[in-house]
Design a protein around this ligand. Structure first.
Ligand code: SAM
Length: 289
């Protein structure tokens, strides 16, 4: 690398919980000459929280063409620059990649400063095979693009991670129920935040869940590797050998009320609750005394 040039630090920031910033990221954000931020207002809040006063400049998808030459020039003049996005790791479904590529072209040093990213956080939270996985970024918006992307996931044997927005979640789950009804999947919501939630099951179960609980916040979808048939259960020993009715009776005898027992069985089997209701129709409403 050329002597006298500054370095480009690619700096991950929290995806929700501010405690997730690393000590190294804090030091670098404090020490660099300039921070190139996707949204300067948002990054200013983060910096204020940690009492950091480094100058900011905007770098986002709409000004890359003009900003990149300016940032490269400043790096060449010896300034150290950190690039950050609104949340998580720059370059992962966020601005960063084009600046990194331009800096590499100019023989500048790239220093990754690792930290949170929703893709890895969701992958481990989902509990599926992590030996090999596919990350597909955001699910396409268009009907056709979305269908093609999900059909590709249906054929993909490895664990697959996709980003989705809350207002498109139900439509996406409907399509998942159509193209891969038997696939186990996890919907990871608001990771690292107060309302963090990971809901696992077949697409039809998840659809029903989010029809009842309106999708709010940020979402990652994780599709299990295809040879994984079992899902982690909220209740010990799901008793897969039992019929639905037998399993319901077992739960009622353990002291669960009927509503919770129905929800639990639906979750364990990854089936819609309405399928469990019919088996539950002749059972008592509350646990036997
Ligand atoms: N660069 C970021 C990263 O490293 O994860 C991703 C930025 S992308 C513009 C934003 C998307 O990431 C959200 O729409 C959501 O799909 C996902 N995401 C970010 N934070 C999240 C969180 N706390 N919980 C769940 N999903 C999150």
């Amino acid at each position: 690398m050329t002597q006298g040039y500054g370095k480009l630090f690619v700096c991950a920031t929290p995806i929700g919980n501010l405690e997730d910033i690393t000590l190294r990221a804090l030091r670098i954000l404090r020490e660099v000459d300039l921070i190139a931020a996707e949204d300067t207002r948002r990054t200013r809040q983060l910096l204020a929280h940690f009492d950091i006063h480094t100058p900011l400049i905007s770098y986002h998808q709409h000004n890359t063409a003009s900003r990149i030459p300016e940032l490269i020039q400043r790096l060449k003049s010896g300034e150290n620059i950190a690039v950050v996005s609104d949340a998580g790791t720059p370059g992962i479904s966020d601005p960063g990649q084009e600046l990194i590529q331009a800096a590499i072209q100019e023989d500048l040093s790239i220093v990754p400063v690792p930290g949170p990213s929703a893709v890895i956080t969701a992958l481990v939270a989902a509990g599926y095979d992590t030996n090999a996985f596919v990350f597909g970024g955001f699910i396409p918006r268009s009907r056709r693009g979305k269908r093609e992307a999900l059909e590709q996931v249906a054929r993909e044997p490895r664990t697959t991670v996709l980003y989705e927005t809350p207002h498109r979640l139900l439509d996406t789950l409907r399509l998942c129920a159509e193209v891969m009804p038997e696939r186990d999947m996890a919907v990871c919501r608001e990771l690292t935040k107060v309302h963090e939630e990971v809901v696992r099951g077949k697409p039809s179960f998840l659809l029903e869940h989010f029809e009842e609980n309106s999708p709010r916040g940020e979402f990652v979808l994780v599709f299990s590797a295809v040879d994984e048939s079992s899902i982690p259960s909220a209740v010990e020993e799901p008793g897969e050998e039992l019929t639905i009715e037998e399993r319901l009776v077992e739960l009622l005898e353990q002291g669960y009320d009927k509503k919770t027992a129905i929800k639990t069985v639906a979750q364990e089997r990854g089936i819609p609750k309405r399928e469990v209701y019919s088996a539950a129709i002749n059972l008592p409403a509350s646990p036997p005394k």
